[in-house]
Design a protein around this ligand. Structure first.
Ligand SMILES: *Cc1c(COP(=O)(O)O)cnc(C)c1O
Ligand code: SF4
Length: 441
């Protein structure tokens, strides 16, 4: 039988739904009207353990849960659904609640959009010198939706302006003109939702024009986690793999930045076959995930995940802190706990698994890594460093914040030792002002 990604936008079409309690069904209905929901038959049949729904990480990762909304907002939506079937009224209430969930964290939409020949290139983001992010317009959805996702607003139709572009030639021209760029990172959504033919329209101009500075094409994707059949038996699997081969034969590294949140996602025959096929043609697979309460907030889960990844030939790459958006309260753990999970997991694996960097927050100044909690001259502090900075010179410079056991994001931290600002703040303010000025002009 050939497996397809039957998209299940409506949970009522899933036979296993009968296994859920009335409370669970209500929660899916209520929360699902605020946060996006989408799954497919692979996630439902091969990843979720329907006999242990109360504790199943894959269920919580993809199905809306009651705790994802505050008590107040939950009851507000419940009351609305009970009192009306008017779609526009439900949507109005949903949008009110969404506005409270920090729909656009860390300047995702407005910052770092590059210009070329005096024109802003929407669908591109150039924040760190070597790497350009590209958001192909047909890649802005996913095989299934993660309930923690910081891109959730684009799935619920709130964004007028998705980061999206059909401008394959603009991408090529921009990378050709900016010699410091070595990497293009295709992202979304999930670019691997695209058909091979569509993806080829972005890749071919890059291959045809021999850009000497272009060393690596990366694809940020959850397809190995949520739909590995993409690389085994989809309509155009062979065409996609052939396109990958052409990139590699051209001498460009091709790296799948594969998002795996739990070891279960590495256990099916399908994912293992898909990984093998990709490695066989020379694709590199690097792995990343946020650390999430209810899903993977245990050192053993991470140690097991890294070991499994390495055994399958993948390279552990990043552990992230979930962004301050959407159902963050449900998923967030303190920065201190995130560091402890990283530390303990790291201590339990051999050096070949220790390629992973983290825990790291993608914030306005850069990717900030928590090095740990320590004490300096009697003051308990967080030691931090940037792995990437808006100014490349900011990277790998240790800095310190007052210890705060509740902190879950950089905004919750204050500089240590009575200082008023972190070392990068003045320069960052300057950069943001400059950007605003350019935008206004
Ligand atoms: C993470 C990220 C990158 C890639 O960073 P690497 O450390 O090279 O993996 C590029 N651009 C943005 C905006 C990012 O957040
Ligand atoms: S696969 Fe990635 S972009 Fe898609 S919903 Fe999950 S976290 Fe978000």
């Amino acid at each position: 039988m050939k497996l397809q990604s039957y998209l299940l936008h409506n949970y009522k079409n899933i036979p296993q739904i009968n296994l859920l309690s009335p409370e669970q069904l209500e929660a899916i209905e209520v929360v699902g009207n605020v946060l996006p929901f989408k799954t497919n038959n692979y996630v439902v049949n091969e990843l979720i353990n329907w006999n242990n729904i109360e504790n199943d990480p894959m269920f919580k990762l993809t199905f809306p849960q009651r705790g994802m909304l505050s008590e107040f907002n939950y009851n507000l939506m419940l009351k609305t659904l009970k009192s009306t079937s008017d779609k526009s009224e439900i949507k109005r209430v949903a949008n009110l609640i969404r506005m409270e969930l920090n729909p656009h964290p860390a300047g995702q939409m407005e910052h770092n959009v590059p210009e070329f020949n005096g024109e802003k290139i929407e669908g591109m983001q150039h924040k760190y010198r070597e790497t350009v992010l590209f958001f192909p317009s047909q890649g802005q959805t996913c095989h299934a939706y993660c309930t923690f996702c910081f891109r959730w607003t684009q799935f619920v139709g709130m964004d007028e302006l998705k980061f999206a572009s059909k401008e394959a030639t603009l991408l090529r021209d921009y990378v050709s003109a900016n010699k410091e760029v070595t990497d293009i990172l295709f992202t979304g959504g999930d670019p691997m939702i695209m058909k091979a033919k569509v993806f080829a329209t972005y890749i071919e101009p890059l291959l045809d024009s021999d850009i000497p500075n272009l060393q690596t094409i990366r694809i940020g994707t959850k397809a190995l986690g949520y739909f590995p059949y993409k690389f085994i038996s989809d309509d155009d699997t062979d065409e996609m793999l052939h396109l990958f081969e052409r990139i590699i034969k051209k001498g460009i590294n091709l790296s799948l930045m594969a998002h795996f949140s739990h070891p279960v996602e590495l256990e099916t025959a399908a994912v293992q076959t898909a990984i093998k096929r990709l490695l066989d043609i020379g694709v590199q697979i690097r792995t990343q995930s946020p650390v999430l309460k209810h899903i993977n907030d245990k050192a053993n889960v991470w140690a097991e995940m890294w070991r499994k990844q390495v055994n399958l030939g993948c390279i552990p790459y990043y552990m992230f802190i979930p962004r301050d958006t959407g159902a963050q309260d449900y998923f967030a753990i303190s920065l201190e706990r995130a560091w402890k999970i990283y530390q303990k997991a790291f201590q339990r694996v051999s050096g070949v698994c220790r390629t992973v960097r983290g825990p790291s927050m993608s914030c306005t100044p850069g990717k900030v890594q928590i090095l740990g909690v320590t004490e300096i001259q009697g003051e308990k502090v967080f030691a931090l460093q940037m792995l990437q900075g808006r100014n490349p010179d900011w990277a790998v410079k240790p800095f310190f914040a007052e210890y705060n056991p509740q902190a879950i994001w950089l905004d919750d931290l204050k500089p240590a030792f009575g200082e008023h600002k972190f070392f990068f703040e003045d320069e960052l303010d300057e950069m943001l002002l400059q950007e605003e000025y350019l935008q206004a002009g």
